[in-house]
Design a protein around this ligand. Structure first.
Ligand code: NAD
Length: 323
């Protein structure tokens, strides 16, 4: 099977590429490299450097590659940028997505998997939220993920596409960008590797559900390759991808420090400091992954301590390679 991955040079997209290739599928990537990097991809992966907002470029690339399926990961994914620049957010996450879906329909592509977000759709929930929890997006980013799912449903109905919206919880792992505002594991590791203490916002009692990147990649591959009996043409199936297990930021920081100490053989790393709380941060957000098990046969396999150890090793190796 041939899969076109939009945003394939990014954190999650590049893990999807690795998983697809390991399973023997062929791949191609559209990415404007705004937050992703060529270095995240094996040298022989065809990369089209293009903006999904460029409708003609997207049509040309999709017509040239003629993929059997599209995995749509490309997005403006900063919540705070979406608040500052809602029109930019909507341009990339709605118009860009429409360009990808129109081009898919034009070549008769039969399967689309979309990177959605449980975190921004469900809002404040104290127990793991199932997919039928009413969507309550608070930010422009959350609104465009929700609208993206609706557009996906429209294109699926109109063009007989089998579509899955994977609603990720908080994803972490190697290659996550530590310079964004999201990706707390990457941010903490980057601080600790440069000899600085991690900064915990407010009291740090913010509970999240952390899922490892290769588990998320495997969910994408299962959604891309599931039979048409499982993922039927003509509609979109929303599926949560998370663990359902909550950890607060104070506990997470402790785990991250322990993982880095283990992989560097260093007993003492700086203790965290507390900064101001971020306005609007949810106290608790978790997703229930039961449907993923029923529909895709997916369960998270990488436990948090193991995933953090792998992530810490990868960040430490990259830091050492940079000198
Ligand atoms: N990381 C998480 O915890 C998380 C949680 C929920 C949903 N998501 C979604 O998963 C997807 C991947 O996120 P990620 O964490 O890998 O982020 P990322 O920034 O590493 O990946 C996004 C990729 O899309 C590319 N891109 C951005 N705008 C583009 C444009 N206009 N045209 C072409 N390419 C463009 C970037 O260069 C990058 O390679 C996004 O859709 C994001 O909203 C991520």
């Amino acid at each position: 099977m041939k899969v076109l991955v939009t945003g394939g040079a990014g954190f999650i997209g590049s893990h999807v590429i690795d998983g697809l290739r390991a399973a023997g599928h062929s791949v191609a990537v559209i990415d404007d490299l705004s937050t992703g990097s060529r270095d995240n991809l094996p040298a022989d992966v065809p990369l089209h450097v293009a903006d999904i907002c460029d409708e003609q470029a997207v049509r040309r690339i999709v017509a040239e590659e003629r993929p059997d399926a599209i995995c749509h990961q490309a997005a403006q994914m900063s919540v705070s940028r979406s608040v500052r620049e809602p029109a930019f957010d909507a341009r990339v996450n709605c118009l860009g997505m429409i360009h990808v879906l129109s081009a898919a329909a034009e070549i008769g592509c039969r399967r689309v998997v979309f990177a959605s977000s449980g975190g921004v759709l469900y809002g404040e929930v104290t127990s793991p939220a199932a997919e039928d929890t009413p969507a309550d997006p608070m930010s422009p980013y959350g609104i465009t993920k929700w609208v993206g799912e609706r557009y996906l449903g429209f294109f699926a109905r109109e063009h007989g596409i089998a579509a899955v919206a994977l609603r990720y919880s908080n994803v972490y792992g190697p290659r996550q960008n530590p310079h964004g505002e999201a990706g707390v594991v990457a941010i903490f590791l980057n601080r600790l590797l440069t000899g600085q203490a991690a900064t915990i916002n407010g009291d740090g009692r913010y509970v999240r559900d952390y899922v490892y990147a290769t588990d998320v990649a495997r969910a994408n591959i299962l959604a891309l390759t599931a039979s048409a009996d499982t993922i039927r043409p003509g509609s979109v199936v929303p599926v949560n991808i998370g663990t359902g297990i909550g950890v607060d930021v104070v506990g997470l920081e402790r785990h991250v420090r322990a993982a880095l100490s283990t992989c560097r053989g260093e007993a003492t790393l700086p203790a965290p400091v507390h900064g101001p709380a971020r306005p609007g941060d949810l106290r608790s957000n978790l997703v229930d992954p039961s449907r993923a098990a029923q529909v895709l046969g997916w369960r998270p396999e990488v436990r948090l301590d193991d995933g953090l150890l792998r992530t810490a090793r990868s960040f430490a190796d990259r830091a050492a390679a940079r000198g």
